[in-house]
Ligand binder design. Structure first.
Ligand SMILES: *Cc1c(COP(=O)(O)O)cnc(C)c1O
Length: 453
């Protein structure tokens, strides 16, 4: 059985179909997972929640193996983190070698190799050929916070604008930037000021083309905030937690043009959509968007904690020496892993693999949508796809259905994530090592779940 072999469409095409019996050995969750879960409930607060209480022992490629020996086709990648595969051998080797050499000095005390090399890689791969510089931090939310700091220092303005259905993190500033109150913000206020939410482009629900949606957003920016006050507009090119909302053609470039004309810093939060996920290095490329600042985290270091703010050199240089940084930011082991991630994407042609996954999975999901009236829309790019569940014949979100589909899939050995401001989206963030056979199996399982709704 070649569950962990690198994805290869032709191999998968000739292999016998994957079965539940090949994946699962016990009930889900199994006895050892249940024991570990009881321990967790006693010692870990409920705010740190779980999607599926199976405890994972190891991972390889697209497959996770739990403590009871059950295997799961992982279509979530820890929310788009293990893009190059679980425990990718090249990433493990690079990180292990660095771990044995040097684990920490603090880059702002005594620097080391790797940090600037990775910054150069990001300068090369992010959209636009202008001069760029990169700051490394530990988490996506920290990257968002630093982008706001830098944009404020650069412009001398205070306000920041975010889009409806956005998600930017769980820290004090980023909580104020999220669309959803529960669970991200409820009870945690007061929130940071000078954060303004404006309408986004959501073609399935607003029916607007890119120019119309951009005009609406810009009208809000001008009337509600005023150009003279606005430091930055922050947008996810494809919104993640909001439900993989793909903006209408022309929407993002129109916002970017408006921002440039008005001295506003345009920040693309590519934390979920970036780094080969959509079949391009960055999702911005699908829209012809050249942002001033690009934020990375999740998939950048193959599972090690690392995040980046990459942007126009003159904007990035606006903070005073010592104004940016942090004890662990750009940790040498995480940086070594990230350099290996870039190498793997280039060496194994993973942009093309993301497109292959998009073609296979997108085709299978379109077929599901034809047969199940609850599937309202299938959308996304490359290996970042989703569908929205609605009451048949309407666009009313189908309450509880996404959770039920994910629960059914787990019982068949498929790990699926939900999303969406209305909790009605199934999203796919497979590793780029997921073969067509795994995708066919997963969609067959989803088909059963939809039939049983
Ligand atoms: C996950 C995410 C964040 C926050 O990243 P953390 O590393 O969890 O702090 C910010 N923006 C987007 C688009 C995300 O998907």
């Amino acid at each position: 059985m070649t569950l962990t072999a690198p994805a290869a469409a032709h191999e998968a095409a000739h292999a016998p179909e994957l079965t539940r019996a090949e994946l699962l050995r016990t009930e889900v969750p199994g006895p050892e997972s249940r024991r570990l879960h009881a321990e967790r409930l006693e010692h870990v607060p409920q705010g740190v929640s779980w999607a599926l209480p199976v405890y994972i022992e190891s991972g390889s490629g697209a497959i996770l193996t739990d403590v009871d020996g059950n295997r799961f086709v992982d279509l979530g990648s820890g929310i788009g983190v293990t893009t190059v595969g679980h425990a990718d051998p090249a990433v493990v080797a690079a990180a292990s070698a660095q771990l044995a050499r040097l684990t920490h000095t603090l880059y702002t005390v005594t620097p080391y190799r790797g940090y600037a090399e990775l910054a150069a890689k990001l300068a090369e791969r992010t959209p636009g050929d202008h001069a760029k510089k990169t700051l490394f931090v530990n988490s996506g939310a920290e990257a968002v916070e630093n982008a706001v700091k830098i944009a404020r220092k650069h412009t001398g303005r205070r306000a920041v604008a975010v889009l409806d259905h956005a998600f930017h993190g769980r820290t004090m500033l980023t909580m104020a930037m999220n669309h959803k109150a529960a669970p991200y913000g409820t009870g945690f206020g007061p929130f940071a000021g000078d954060v303004h939410r404006v309408p986004n482009s959501y073609p399935y629900r607003d029916g607007l083309d890119g120019a119309e949606a951009a005009a609406r957003t810009i009208a809000y920016l001008e009337r509600r905030i005023g150009v003279g006050e606005l430091a930055a507009v922050i947008a996810e090119p494809i919104q993640g937690e909001g439900g993989f909302i793909v903006p209408a053609e022309g929407y993002l470039p129109a916002l970017q043009r408006w921002a440039s004309a008005n001295g506003v810093v345009f920040v693309a939060d590519e934390i979920q959509s970036g780094l080969a996920r959509t079949g391009r290095w960055f999702a911005s490329e699908h829209f012809g968007l050249v942002p001033d600042l690009v934020l990375t985290a999740k998939g950048i270091a193959g599972g090690l904690p690392l995040a980046g703010v990459t942007g126009r050199a003159e904007i990035m240089d606006s903070a005073l020496p010592g104004g940016l940084g942090g004890t662990f930011g750009g940790n040498p082991v995480a940086v070594a892993a990230a350099l290996a991630v870039f190498e793997q994407i280039e060496r194994d042609g993973l942009l093309a693999e993301a497109e292959r996954i998009g073609a296979t999975l997108g085709g299978l999901l379109a077929e599901l949508a034809r047969r199940h009236a609850v599937v309202g829309e299938v959308r996304g790019h490359g290996a970042m796809l989703a569908f929205e569940l609605v009451e048949p014949g309407t666009k009313t979100p189908l309450a509880g259905a996404a959770q039920r589909v994910a629960a059914h899939a787990a019982q068949q050995g498929v790990l699926l994530l939900t999303a969406g401001s209305y909790d009605n989206v199934i999203r796919f963030l497979p590793t780029l090592r997921t073969d067509d056979r795994m995708l066919r199996y997963a969609v067959a399982v989803i088909d059963e779940a939809l039939a049983g709704l």
